[in-house]
Design a protein around this ligand. Structure first.
Ligand SMILES: [Zn+2]
Length: 396
């Protein structure tokens, strides 16, 4: 956070995603301002701008509708987000880090929230958002950093620039290339926090590798939320994949996936692609953090690569505090970015699912998430990649 929230004027790409629904027992009731088509177990965005004022209280209700389970695909126990809502209400009182509100009580389909007195306007949010102004600051800072090259690689469906960032190895002999993407899905803020901190804080051992990163795959979603997300446009062009960017990689067929695929192909022509990671946020369940790392179904990829991937996954969980859940999920001919990396570039590739509400600190019980926890994940992930490949984790 860098104070990008000017209080008199909201920066570009910062907007409410909440609407006032009702009043109950004198308390205003708010809900996400999303269309009916977005069910309550598939969306996680609520952002309310609060004027300064005395202590007050409000209720938040969550959409009741849920998508039916699809066999073989669905996230384990993906319940309505109201099930974990009491754990993920945050306040940003002074344009600084988000603070989790503990004065939150569950009620059917939502929560009651007591707010402290505010001497300045503030944001109330479900989860910890990453604002578009932070992304703009990241790009500016990387452009000023001689280690990074920032390239405009194409445009989004609405014509916003899509950026690819390259950091060539800083040693004479590169050990190979890591490929990273984040934020294909508009509500999945954690990946942006993590990738931002990763790019700013690569550990010294990262110098022996090259890094190709598309930090924000969905700028329309970042700047406009569901309003800019292809999934909610419903036009015929996007019917085959529902406008879901992460189902538009076989073959790449949306402006975002076409541009990113071209960028990564180009980077991998120069040197060997070692490993690809695609950052997402998992599901919601009181019984599972929704965090984890995908692996391929047995038999989908070459057995030697599969063994390597599973070995990498185990090592990853020792250094990156997300739930140690290796989710056997990926299919080589699937529509997502992960199998595209393996098909096209011949490297192991995984989807990282970050929890929306639980931090798994080593040696202790799960904790509530914080901005710092999310940001720490970036460098921890970079370290896990470097350690695995520097140590010559058995290659396939
Ligand atoms: Zn996702």
């Amino acid at each position: 956070m860098n104070g990008c929230l000017s209080l008199s004027r909201l920066p570009v790409g910062t907007f409410e995603c909440a609407t006032r629904l009702d009043t109950r027992d004198g308390r205003p009731v708010f809900g996400p301002d999303t269309p009916e088509s977005i069910p309550g177990n598939a969306q996680y965005v609520f952002l309310l701008h609060l004027p300064r004022g005395e202590a007050r209280s409000l209720d938040i209700v969550w959409p009741h509708r849920e998508t039916a389970a699809r066999p073989g695909f669905d996230y384990p126990h993906n319940t309505n987000f109201s099930e974990v809502l009491d754990q993920v209400i945050f306040l940003q009182p002074h344009g600084e880090d988000w603070e989790r509100l503990t004065s939150v009580r569950r009620r059917p389909h939502g929560v009651e929230v007591d707010l402290p007195a505010l001497d300045q306007p503030a944001w109330l949010s479900v989860g910890i958002p990453y604002f578009a102004c932070q992304y703009e600051t990241l790009l500016r800072d990387l452009e000023a950093d001689p280690a990074w090259g920032v390239l405009r690689i194409g445009g989004s469906a609405q014509g916003r620039p899509l950026h690819g960032c390259l950091r060539p190895a800083r040693t004479d002999d590169s050990r190979g290339l890591f490929l990273l993407t984040a934020y294909q899905h508009y509500g999945e803020w954690t990946g942006l926090h993590a990738i931002d901190a990763l790019m700013r804080n690569l550990p010294p051992e990262a110098d022996a590798f090259s890094w190709a990163v598309v930090p924000c795959m969905n700028p329309d979603g970042l700047y406009q939320g569901w309003r800019g997300d292809l999934m909610h446009r419903g036009d015929a062009l996007h019917e085959a994949h529902g406008g879901n960017i992460n189902r538009a990689w076989n073959p790449p067929c949306l402006p975002e996936s076409i541009a990113a695929a071209e960028f990564f192909r180009g980077a991998a022509q120069e040197e060997r692609a070692l490993h690809a990671l695609d950052f997402h946020m998992g599901w919601s369940s009181p019984n599972h953090s929704g965090g984890g790392l995908t692996v391929y179904h047995k038999g989908e990829i070459d057995p030697a690569m599969d063994a390597h991937l599973r070995q990498f996954t185990e090592a990853f969980f020792t250094g990156v505090p997300i739930q140690d859940f290796a989710w056997e999920h990926s299919r080589l001919n699937g529509p997502g970015a992960t199998p595209w990396f393996t098909r096209e570039l011949g490297c192991p590739a995984q989807t990282v699912e970050f929890s929306r509400f639980q931090a798994h600190l080593p040696g202790g019980p799960p904790q509530p998430v914080s901005t710092q926890y999310y940001r720490n994940l970036g460098p921890q992930i970079a370290k896990a990649l470097c350690t695995a490949y520097a140590a010559g984790i058995k290659t396939y």
